[in-house]
Design a protein around this ligand. Structure first.
Ligand code: F3S
Length: 755
């Protein structure tokens, strides 16, 4: 599982120079976030000062991590690039496709039975292209990354929103769509809008029942689910140094819940301890020689208002345990107020389940603190009122807590130990009775608590809190139980109080593991066969999209004129379709089925110009494709907002849509269209949207002169014989026009490789 020491050495060797150049350029001291960003510019040293929240900048990430659900399409695409190996160190982690039900062994076997072809595919592609492969059961992506790969001052991307967890080890780590990951795997730059910066100053030291989780639960309450959008949250101050490295990871992890691009902490002794405990003394030694570059400048932290766009201060001495929810992670309630608030809002106070784990809170420290509460329950004659479940974050953590008797403590309480995987955190929980949709309450130490997220029941009220608070509340069975002040009745009828949790930051006997579940890629992958059955319903090898034939496109028909909101969910729905994420043709059967047709106000019902009938969007589009007729999609404002999933561009492209013409685009989707070799265009005059009619046919009359900054002209021919000339703006630069000509960005890379 070797981390790449040479890569880290290279990053560090150029960091100082680049940071100094950035300081000269900006004429000011720098935050840690700026130091990491400026030292990871794709084109080396900076030659201009970037405007936060405005400039789009090309970066060169050091690492990539993918989870099994998103890796499928990312790797299928990477295979198209014609490269023998990934350009930067990459790992794949099988953690999302394992359902929690009975317990670790049976659940893992069940996942192998149902998803083995996906796991085998990911295994063989990883082996072939130099990607580290973490098998099902090895652990949850972000815990495994923190334990093995994260390093102070690094820049990484990952195809999962909680990639940000690695900020706990001083990285700038960002969750991205598969298309971005593929670019970087293929050696291209990763583009990001230079983020704004939010500083969080932590003072004091936590005590009693308060934990790192409460810092982010408090921050979420202050900033709300949108407050961090487009920003990096940088934590600093004496209080930050008093937190463990994994505790910092928890805080960064849930930065995703406030919409932050990522969160990070400066390098300190807690990180050094964690690096050494996880067998990375060489990285700690290197980082120790770089300390000044791996944290923000003193002046920045002394006068944060001058250097951050927003500053928040939290005093850890007085911070109390929080329980956030239900249904949103920013509804923050200090535990002392919960009983009253639950009553006022009619939240069920009887707690049915307490779940500990997930990528957010499954460190050794978390488990040992929660176990100290469970141990007291046994010793004091308390029988838990709620069921307990645990998802350890990694096999290394699981093995070590088993060795140290921690698992045993939980097992004595009848806890169900699930696989080292996401499980209930991503709705992979076959919870008995959930289908009855009864109103009920669960508490967990995860990050997200949206309706249906854990068990599919929209009436499950899920509350997020620290692992030790989960343990206390689950033992009491009462959402309003405040362990700081309240007592519980034991089996002798006595009133007993739980003492505050005690835990070890790191195992005193060190970490241990028999088989971490890692598979090294083949030294020479050229002979590795990729296992995909042609009959598979879940996986399909991609064929390159056709290159542009150099001619103006004529006779294109209107597939749909979408009205109002059309997000990537409307273009490629999630839910049951998730299982086809690796099969482009099958998943294309959901294309645009959520978009509202402007002519009849309905979803998934558009006119088929070939016979005048109305049909489902994918069916009508397939009829055009069969007839060899290109089509266009017309849309409203902010078309393609939402998740960055590349399927929303690939599916229309696969089915034969050649252009998307809208009032405005969500930027990532616009870029995804460009990457897939489509025309992403905007009306020069928004009023022209109203001119588009249901039976329109379109000619692109000057496509042969496609050039940067030059609008294209589209002639819309109406059924009554009249015509409108529509002027369409675009944002293609010269390189992106080459993507269009080649049929896709990956086609172009392949062509360049072969040249
Ligand atoms: Fe998995 Fe939940 Fe984290 S889905 S990656 S454990 S947020």
């Amino acid at each position: 599982m070797a981390f790449d020491l040479d890569m880290i050495k290279k990053v560090y060797s150029q960091m100082g120079d680049r940071i100094n150049k950035a300081k000269e350029l900006t004429g000011k001291p720098l935050t840690l976030s700026e130091k990491i960003l400026y030292s990871h510019l794709y084109d080396g040293v900076p030659n201009e000062e970037y405007k936060r929240g405005e400039s789009y900048v090309n970066f060169a990430p050091d690492r990539i991590a993918c989870q099994d659900a998103t890796a499928q399409m990312a790797l299928l695409q990477f295979m198209q690039a014609g490269k023998p190996k990934v350009a930067v160190p990459t790992t794949v982690h099988c953690d999302h496709l394992i359902q929690a039900k009975i317990g670790a062994a049976a659940d893992l076997q069940n996942a192998l039975n149902t998803s083995n072809e996906v796991f085998n595919f990911l295994d063989s592609v990883s082996s072939k292209y130099g990607i580290g492969f973490w098998k099902p059961g090895a652990g949850i992506i972000h815990q495994v990354v923190l334990e093995n790969y994260a390093f102070p001052g690094g820049l990484m991307i990952g195809t999962d929103s909680h990639t940000v967890n690695a900020g706990g080890l001083g990285m700038v780590a960002v969750g991205v769509g598969g298309a971005d990951a593929v670019d970087v795997m293929a050696g291209m730059a990763w583009e990001l809008k230079f983020p704004k910066l939010i500083g969080v100053k932590l003072t004091g030291k936590m005590n009693g029942w308060t934990s790192s989780k409460d810092v982010i639960l408090k921050v979420a309450g202050i900033l709300t689910v949108k407050g961090g959008t487009g920003a990096i949250v940088e934590y600093f101050g004496e209080g930050a140094k008093n937190l463990s490295c994994t505790g910092k990871g928890t805080i960064c992890n849930m930065g995703a819940e406030i919409g932050a691009t990522t969160s990070t902490f400066g390098y300190d002794d807690s990180m050094e301890r964690y690096l050494r405990a996880t067998d990375r003394a060489e990285v700690a030694d290197l980082a120790n020689g770089m300390r000044e570059h791996l944290t923000g400048d003193d002046e920045v932290y002394a006068n944060p208002e001058k250097y951050f766009d927003q500053v928040i201060e939290i005093d850890l001495d007085t911070l109390s345990p929080h329980v956030n929810g239900p249904f949103t992670p920013d509804l923050a309630t200090p535990i002392a107020e919960m009983a009253e608030k639950a009553k006022a809002n009619d939240w069920p106070t009887k707690v049915e389940w307490g779940l500990i784990g997930s990528c957010t809170n499954s460190s050794y420290e978390d488990m040992s603190r929660a176990a100290s509460i469970a141990e007291q329950a046994v010793a004091k004659g308390l029988k838990p009122k709620a069921d307990f479940g645990i998802n350890p974050g990694s096999e290394q953590v699981r093995y070590t807590i088993e060795r140290d008797g921690i698992l045993d403590v939980f097992e004595k309480l009848g806890t169900r130990i699930f696989t080292n995987a996401c499980g209930p955190c991503i709705g992979q929980w076959d919870r008995a009775g959930a289908d009855k949709k009864e109103k009920n309450t669960i508490v967990h130490s995860f990050n997200r608590n949206f309706a249906k997220r854990a068990d599919g029941n929209p009436n499950t009220h899920a509350f997020v809190t620290s692992p030790e608070m989960v343990a206390a509340i689950a033992i009491s069975g009462d959402l309003g139980f405040n362990p700081i002040t309240d007592t519980l009745t034991n089996d002798k009828g006595e009133q007993v109080k739980l003492d505050p949790p005690k835990g070890e930051e790191l195992p005193s006997k060190g970490f241990d593991v028999e088989d971490a579940g890692y598979k090294e890629p083949a030294a020479d992958g050229s002979g590795v066969e990729i296992a995909v059955s042609p009959d598979s319903k879940r996986l399909q090898l991609l064929s390159p999209f056709a290159a542009w034939d150099g001619e103006n496109i004529t006779g294109a028909k209107l597939l749909i004129k979408a009205k109002g909101k059309c997000t990537t969910d409307h273009i490629s729905m999630a839910g049951p379709w998730l299982r086809f994420r690796g099969h482009l043709d099958n998943i294309s059967n959901n294309t645009l089925t959520g978009a509202v047709n402007a002519f009849n106000g309905e979803t998934d019902s558009v006119k088929n110009q070939l016979d005048g009938s109305h049909g489902a969007v994918p069916d009508v589009q397939r009829a055009y494709k069969a007839a060899g007729i290109p089509t266009i999609v017309v849309g409203d404002h902010n078309y393609g907002e939402g998740s960055s999933r590349e399927h929303a561009a690939m599916q229309p492209r696969h089915l034969g849509v050649i252009a998307v013409l809208v009032k405005s685009f969500a930027r990532i989707h616009e870029t995804n269209l460009k990457k897939q070799g489509m025309l992403g265009l905007t009306f020069a005059s928004e009023a022209d949207y109203d001119k588009i009619q249901e039976d329109d046919v379109f000619d692109f009359v000057d496509l042969k002169e496609f050039a940067p900054g030059k609008p294209l002209t589209i002639v819309a021919k109406h059924a009554d014989g009249s015509e409108d000339n529509i002027l369409a703006n675009h944002t293609y630069n010269a390189g992106q026009i080459e993507w269009f000509k080649a049929g896709s960005a990956l086609n172009l890379i392949k062509k360049q490789n072969n040249a």
